[in-house]
Structure formats: structure tokens, C-alpha cells
Design a protein around this ligand. Structure first.
Ligand SMILES: [Zn+2]
Length: 281
């Protein structure tokens, strides 16, 4: 048997299928000029990716312009596979993705970094509202002493919004800056900071639990336990620098499980709507 060079890509979608897919996701109601909102364009097919030239103002745009994929030379079908894998409960790390879509480790790492950044940007636009419950937890190494924090033990606030029927509607796990810590305790200022940044301002039903009472809202310790398990299994533990992006990726999949929409479609929509970032080293 001939070994396939691109195991996940073969049998998935052709580049043409992916161009059509991302076009539908970017412009679900048909082409819309990003400069003048005109709805008709000429398609220029002389490049690797088609260019769309507005019939009114002549502005040229592409499927990746102004998105998380802007400037990438990686074909769209490889992006589609990456997004599809990130949409799965187990997700993927850069070593595995590099193997699956036949790109270098550096390219795979940068693709996953861009996808996660798009998820984090999207999460920032979704504050918790309704009945909000949150409390502290820790990721990483621990000391044996209950009040002493290990230098690699990272404090987080685990928060959830609930519907009136008690079902969760949205969760967030956010790292707490060290300025809000006193030993192993999150200061009041840290709780206020979480509410200010991640809870809808008009929300009046907000309860912040102390560490020893977190278990009173079953979902909170359970979600965090699953998040830690996933990070440790997939990435073999990580440091503080990217912890927030990994936590956001985990919460993204949890939050999609509360909705009835294909995760891949939501994720590609988020990546297409996210502004491009300069390359990260
Ligand atoms: Zn235009």
C-alpha cells in the first residue's frame, strides 16, 4: 500500500471546496465589499487564492484579507483541517498538526496560535450575563502547605453564566494577575477585576465563591478539572505565557456544547472575523 503523504487532507476537501466553504462562511449573504459594502465583485483568478474586485469602488479583497489567516501561504484546505481538528474534543498540538497536514512544526504552531488568538478575541466580546457564579482555582504545581503558592502554580477565576432553568450558558476560565494575589489568596481587587472585565455591566445576580466553597457549584470545579486534564494530556503542561489562550480554547469547545451549531462552522466564522496579528515569535 502506498503511504499517503497527507493523511488528514486526503479524503477531506479539495482546495476549491475549501475556497467555496470559506466564501460562504465569510459572506453568508453574498459578497460584501469591506470598503463600500457594494454587493457585486469581479473574481480575479490569476493568483493562488481568488481576488474579489468591487464593481463599484474597485477595492480588491480576498478570503483571508483582514482575518486571522491574512498573509499565510498555507493552502486553505490545510487551514480547514486544522480548524476541524481544533473543533474536536481532544483538539491537537503543533507536533500532531504538523504531521497531519504536512507542514513544518513552526507553521503548525503559528496556525494554532492564530486560531487560539481568534478564539480569545471572540471570547472577549462575550461577557457573562444572567446568573453568574465564579470562584478561584489553581493550575500547575502545588506546595504541600495550604497557604503558600508554588511559583509555577497559576491562579485562575472559573466563572459560569446560567439560564433560569439552571443550565449553563457560557463559561470562562481567566488567569489572575499576580498583583491581585496575597500568597494563595485572590484579593478582593482580583474578584472585582474579573467581574469588571468578564461580566456584563447590568448583571445583578453575581456571586463570587471562596476557594473552599467552589464545589457548591458543581460545574465550576468539574470544568476546571477537565481543562487541566486536557492541557496536561495534549501539551504535557504549559507555562504562564500561553495558559490563557489554552484555557480559552478549552472553554470555546465547552461553550459550543451548550449550543446547537456545528463547531467547525462557528470556529471558521470566528477566524474569518478576527483581525490579523503580527507574527509572534
Ligand atoms: Zn467597494
Amino acid at each position: 500500500m502506498v503511504q499517503s503523504r497527507e493523511p488528514a487532507v486526503q479524503g477531506f476537501l479539495s482546495e476549491e471546496d475549501c475556497i467555496a466553504y470559506f466564501y460562504r462562511m465569510k459572506w453568508p449573504d453574498g459578497f460584501r465589499c469591506p470598503r463600500c459594502e457594494h454587493s457585486h465583485a469581479y473574481t480575479v483568478n490569476t493568483r493562488r487564492l481568488p481576488l474579489y474586485e468591487c464593481r463599484f469602488c474597485r477595492h480588491q479583497t480576498s478570503l483571508t484579507a483582514g482575518t486571522a489567516m491574512e498573509g499565510s501561504r498555507t493552502p486553505l484546505h490545510k487551514w480547514a483541517v486544522a480548524m476541524q481538528l481544533v473543533s474536536q474534543p481532544a483538539s491537537i498540538n503543533a507536533v500532531q498538526l504538523a504531521e497531519q497536514i504536512c507542514v513544518t512544526y513552526k507553521t503548525a504552531w503559528s496556525m494554532l496560535r492564530k486560531i487560539r488568538q481568534a478564539i480569545s478575541d471572540n471570547d472577549a466580546k462575550q461577557p457573562l450575563s444572567g446568573a453568574v457564579r465564579a470562584g478561584p482555582a489553581f493550575y500547575g504545581r502545588t506546595t504541600r502547605q495550604p497557604f503558600v503558592r508554588h511559583p509555577q502554580e497559576h491562579p485562575v477565576m472559573v466563572g459560569a453564566a446560567f439560564h433560569l432553568n439552571g443550565q449553563p450558558s457560557y463559561i470562562k476560565v481567566k488567569t489572575v494577575p499576580m498583583t491581585h494575589m496575597d500568597g494563595k489568596s485572590i484579593l478582593r481587587s482580583g474578584e472585582h477585576d474579573f467581574v469588571e472585565r468578564h461580566v456584563e455591566p447590568e448583571t445583578f445576580d453575581v456571586r463570587i465563591l471562596k476557594r473552599f466553597r467552589l464545589h457548591e457549584i458543581n460545574l465550576l470545579p468539574e470544568v476546571f478539572k477537565q481543562a487541566k486534564k486536557w492541557i496536561n494530556r495534549t501539551f504535557h503542561g504549559i507555562g504562564a505565557k500561553y495558559l490563557q489562550n489554552y484555557l480559552d480554547e478549552f472553554c470555546f469547545r465547552c461553550n459550543q456544547s451548550y449550543r446547537d451549531m456545528p463547531v467547525m462552522d462557528v470556529l471558521s466564522g470566528i477566524c474569518l472575523a478576527s483581525a490579523p496579528r503580527p507574527a509572534v515569535q
